[in-house]
Design a protein around this ligand. Structure first.
Ligand code: GTP
Ligand code: MG
Length: 375
């Protein structure tokens, strides 16, 4: 997963490796100098030693994407819809923008049926002579990216960065940019609230160029679309641009195999039991499938799509809400379908043992800490 050993991290941080080992121990990780650390651990330890972001290392590790597409898929690949996350500073209009997109593009024929049931939805966009789908993830952008970085998986294909034209670049704008960059996801900028008095889209462009995001009409290569979520202005243009940007990414998947993907969110419903929103990144998920989501076993009892309709199967880049897990899975964990329950059980068993060992080590470490602080 990660790309630094304890010794290498110590060198980077300019501390003794024993310091790192000690810090890890108090986190419940018993490590040797040659041990490779995962991304999350590298980040946490670095922060502790006053080096908040090791951008290069994180970028390098993020490149080691867990491959959702395998050799055996090659002959069956078809185009899949892009998966998009909307990010940006608080109140800059992320939710309004998603609402506007939904209003303009969700099944025009389905009057009134535009309730959003799950944290993801697909829209249909005219593109040349055909229609293309785009999947939007409606989870808080940073969570999706954090999960993605921690696991080395790539959940989204494009980040839409919303910047309010009357407010400009703010702290969470910077955070969003750094998340998207670490994950090597292209950024499309939506300069929002252009209807507002005091809107200064050019000032936003200028601030962004200071961060190496230069608009195309200013000679750079970042797509920036001025929009008004409230007035529904330029929303189609934004969608078209998202398609253009993802076209070069050549996004593909094999629908003719067992599904794998990522848990986007999950909760316990009093009546239904554990409920999980699953993003299918490769293959097709079918009702009755047996799967492992991290250390949790599941057998898909029922699935609903983004319009709340019950479905029997779901293909690449679509998201469904699924019932039938033994416990609530963890958002950010990957899932994969197995041919039979026995194989899934074996995988889940191994993972559960691993998780238990980590928990135990953590408990031991925290007991040490409390004993140490008492003496
Ligand atoms: P958080 O989820 O809290 O981070 O906010 P957000 O980014 O989702 O912003 P939200 O969509 O909730 O919008 C914040 C405020 O800005 C609301 O009062 C919106 O009505 C307003 N707003 C959003 N887009 C526009 C726009 O295009 N024009 C104008 N005039 N107001 C907008
Ligand atoms: Mg919001």
């Amino acid at each position: 997963e990660g790309n630094l050993t304890v010794q290498e991290l110590a060198d980077r941080l300019g501390v003794e490796s024993s310091e790192i080992i000690k810090s890890l121990f108090f986190k419940g990780i018993i490590a040797t100098v040659t041990q490779t650390l995962d991304l999350h651990t590298i980040e946490t330890v670095s922060e502790e030693f006053g080096v908040p972001v090791l951008q290069d290392d994180i970028e390098a590790a993020a490149k080691k994407t867990v491959e959702m597409i395998e050799e055996s898929d090659m002959a069956h690949l078809i185009r899949r819809p892009p998966v998009v996350t909307v990010m940006g500073h608080v109140d800059h209009g992320k939710t309004s923008l998603l609402d506007a997109i939904r209003k303009t593009r969700v099944a025009a024929g389905e009057a009134g049926g535009i309730t959003q049931h799950i944290g993801a939805y697909q829209v249909d966009v005219p593109h040349g002579d055909e229609h293309r789908k785009i999947t939007f993830l409606d989870t808080p952008g940073h969570e999706a990216f954090t999960a993605m970085r921690a696991r080395g998986t790539k959940v989204t294909d494009v980040a839409v960065l919303v910047v309010a034209a009357d407010d400009g670049v703010r702290p969470q704008t910077l955070e969003a940019i750094s998340h998207a960059r670490a994950a090597e996801v292209p950024i499309v900028v939506a300069i929002n609230k252009i209807d507002k008095e005091g809107a200064q889209p050019d000032r936003v462009k200028q601030e962004l160029s200071g961060l190496d995001l230069v608009a195309e009409d200013w000679g750079g290569n970042t797509v920036m679309v001025p929009v008004s979520a409230i007035k529904g202005e330029n929303i189609d243009k934004l969608l078209e641009m998202i398609l253009l940007v993802t076209e070069v990414e050549d996004l593909q998947a094999n629908p003719d195999r067992m599904a794998r993907g990522t848990v986007i969110e999950a909760h316990l419903d009093k009546a239904k039991g554990p409920v999980a929103t699953l993003l299918i990144q490769n293959g097709t998920l079918k009702a009755g499938d047996v799967l492992a989501a991290g250390p949790i076993l599941g057998k898909v009892r029922a699935m609903v799509d983004d319009t709340g309709k019950r479905v029997k199967q779901a293909g690449p880049s679509s998201a469904v809400e699924a019932l039938g897990f033994s416990e609530v899975p963890t958002a950010g964990d990957e899932f994969e379908v197995y041919t039979d329950e026995k194989s899934a059980r074996a995988v889940v068993g191994d993972r559960a043992t691993e998780a238990r060992a980590t928990r135990l080590a953590q408990q031991m470490a925290s007991r040490r800490v409390s004993l140490a602080s008492m003496s």
